[in-house]
Design a protein around this ligand. Structure first.
Ligand code: OGA
Ligand code: NI
Length: 259
C-alpha cells in the first residue's frame, strides 16, 4: 500500500506533458488523467487531479513513472483477491451460496479500475470541494490514503468525517451491490473535502461485474408480492459510461435504473 501510494505521488509529481502523454479523451479510455471529474460538462471544477486506469480483465498502466506498472500489477492482483473474498461473505450474508455473486457477476473477469486522487492544499477550503457527493458504480471499492483525511460519508443525512487508520482499507459499497441485492445493501454516498494544510492522495480500487453483464436483482431475493424488483437491468458498461459522461451527483445514475 505504501509503495503504491508513493507511486501515485510520483505520478502526480510529473510534468503536465508527461501526464497528458498517457491519457485518452473518451470517458471509457482505459487510461485517463485530468482535473476535476468531467471538465467537459462542469461549470465549476473540483479541487482534484486524477488518474484512472483500467487494470482488469486487461491490465493497463501509464508508461511513467518507472516502476509504476510492476507495483500496480501486484497491488491490483492482491486487492482483487480481497474484494472477491469480501464478496463471498456478502453473498452468504444474503442467504446465497458463497460463490453465487462471484459466478453470477463473472468476477474472474471482473472490471477493476485504479483511481488515484490528488487534492492539493486549498487556500479557501470552505469554498471548494475535492469530489462532490456520489456513490461508486461497481460492487465494492477499496480505498486507502496518505496520512491526510478528507473523506466524508453521508449517514442519515449528515456528513461524517472518516478518520482512516494507516495500512487499512475503507470499503465502500457500490450501486451494483445495491442493484443485485435488490436494495438490501445500499451504496454509500460519499464526498471528499479539501484542507489548506497538506496534500491529500487517495487511491480507490473499484471492483465491478464483468463489463458485459446487465445486472438485475438476484431472483432468489425477489418475489413479486413482498419484494418486487426495484431496479431495471442495464449493461454495466453503459452504466459506467452514463456515470462518467455526466456531472457526478449523488445517486443520480442509480435513480435512472430505479423502477
Ligand atoms: C472516488 C472517491 C474519495 C476520496 O475516487 O470514487 O470517492 O477520498 N474518492 O478521495
Ligand atoms: Ni467514490
Amino acid at each position: 500500500m505504501e509503495k503504491m501510494l508513493d507511486m501515485c505521488k510520483d505520478y502526480f509529481d510529473q510534468t503536465e506533458e508527461e501526464k497528458l502523454k498517457c491519457g485518452g479523451e473518451h470517458v471509457l479510455a482505459p487510461i485517463r488523467s485530468g482535473t476535476s471529474f468531467n471538465a467537459s460538462v462542469e461549470k465549476v471544477f473540483f479541487w482534484r487531479d486524477f488518474l484512472k486506469v483500467w487494470v482488469h480483465p486487461q491490465f493497463h498502466s501509464p508508461p511513467t513513472p518507472a516502476g509504476f506498472s510492476e507495483i500496480s500489477l501486484e497491488y491490483c492482483k492482491r486487492t482483487r483477491q480481497v474484494a472477491r473474498e469480501l464478496i463471498k461473505g456478502i453473498s452468504e450474508s444474503l442467504g446465497l451460496e458463497e460463490c453465487y455473486i462471484d459466478k453470477a457477476m463473472d468476477l474472474e473477469s471482473c472490471f477493476q479500475i485504479l483511481i488515484a486522487n490528488l487534492y492539493p492544499p486549498c487556500p479557501q477550503p470552505e469554498l471548494a470541494m475535492g469530489m462532490p457527493p456520489h456513490s461508486d458504480h461497481g460492487l465494492l471499492t477499496l480505498l486507502t490514503q496518505n496520512e491526510t483525511d478528507g473523506l466524508q460519508l453521508n449517514h442519515n443525512g449528515k456528513w461524517v468525517n472518516v478518520h482512516a487508520l494507516p495500512n487499512t482499507f475503507l470499503v465502500n459499497t457500490g450501486d451494483h451491490l445495491e442493484i443485485l441485492s435488490n436494495g438490501k445493501y445500499k451504496s454509500v454516498v460519499h464526498r471528499a473535502v479539501v484542507n489548506n494544510k497538506a496534500t491529500r492522495i487517495s487511491l480507490a480500487m473499484a471492483h465491478g461485474p464483468n463489463l458485459e453483464k446487465a445486472v438485475t436483482p438476484v431472483t432468489e431475493l425477489v418475489d413479486n408480492e413482498n419484494n418486487p424488483p426495484l431496479y431495471h437491468g442495464i449493461k454495466y458498461k453503459e452504466y459506467l459510461e452514463l456515470q462518467q459522461s455526466n456531472q457526478l451527483s449523488g445517486k443520480s445514475i442509480l435513480n435512472h435504473v430505479r423502477i
